[in-house]
Design a protein around this ligand. Structure first.
Ligand SMILES: Cc1cc2nc3c(=O)[nH]c(=O)nc-3n(C[C@H](O)[C@H](O)[C@H](O)COP(=O)(O)O)c2cc1C
Length: 215
């Protein structure tokens, strides 16, 4: 396969993985992925990303702490219904067909457990509290996710755990002069899980692109 076809395929095929196999991910594979991701672009080539890779017992401890801190069991009926309605009417409606537990439980609870992935990565950057995330961070994360996918690994970028900032900081032993920016679950996908098989939708190019200076 030509390089461009292989790259296009990785970009088109990558999807968020929400059911992982328990198999551990060898450290060498993660190092390889990071070695690719570091080629992401950054403003003035500052490469502001810092990465902490959490596995083993430490990952399970964080999972338990996050679940406890943000227990979905404390959600009110109204909150659960609001989420169900939001999902049903949005671009993630497809997911309702793929899970057989209430969607708030699967998404909110699952995100806090980082969907039982064996590895959690935290991407941080040097800066004081309140400093906004450099644009290079999402570029780095996207590159990392594609490199993982190309190696048969699955990822999901998780905003939910970031709501528990202090727990995340502590678990990843983040230095005071660094700020957490992106939380990513990593592991081998369960290929049989319907939620991993469905392709999320995208708007067409005509729907998001304007052309100026073209006939
Ligand atoms: C900044 C960010 C935060 C996200 N947070 C969550 C999350 O907390 N839980 C989750 O299940 N998915 C999360 N996602 C994954 C998105 O839902 C997913 O990327 C989107 O639905 C498109 O699907 P795809 O990645 O399979 O193409 C997040 C994605 C991004 C970029």
């Amino acid at each position: 396969m030509s390089d461009s076809r292989a790259i296009d395929q990785a970009i088109r095929e990558r999807r968020s993985i929400r059911v992982f196999r328990p198999d551990p991910v060898p450290r060498q594979v993660i190092e390889e992925i990071l070695d690719v991701a570091r080629w992401a672009p950054s403003g003035s080539n500052t490469q502001p990303w810092r990465v902490t890779v959490l596995g083993g017992e430490q990952a399970d401890t964080l999972r338990r702490r996050l679940e406890k801190a943000a227990s979905v069991r404390t959600w009110t009926e109204a909150q659960m219904e609001a989420m169900q309605t939001r999902i049903a009417n949005g671009p993630m409606a497809w997911i309702l067909e793929c899970v057989d537990e209430p969607i708030w439980q699967f998404l909110a609870g699952g995100s806090m457990r980082f969907f039982d992935a064996p590895v959690a990565l935290l991407v941080s950057f040097p800066g004081k509290r309140g400093t906004s995330t450099p644009a290079a961070i999402p570029a780095f994360v996207t590159t990392l996710m594609l490199a993982a996918h190309a190696r048969g690994l699955g990822t999901v970028w998780l905003g939910w755990p970031m709501g528990q900032g202090e727990i995340v900081r502590e678990a990843f032993q983040l230095p005071e002069d660094e700020q957490a920016s992106a939380f990513i679950a990593l592991g081998y996908p369960d290929p049989d899980a319907p939620v991993n098989q469905a392709r999320s939708t995208r708007y067409g190019v005509d729907e998001f692109c304007r052309w100026i200076g073209w006939d």
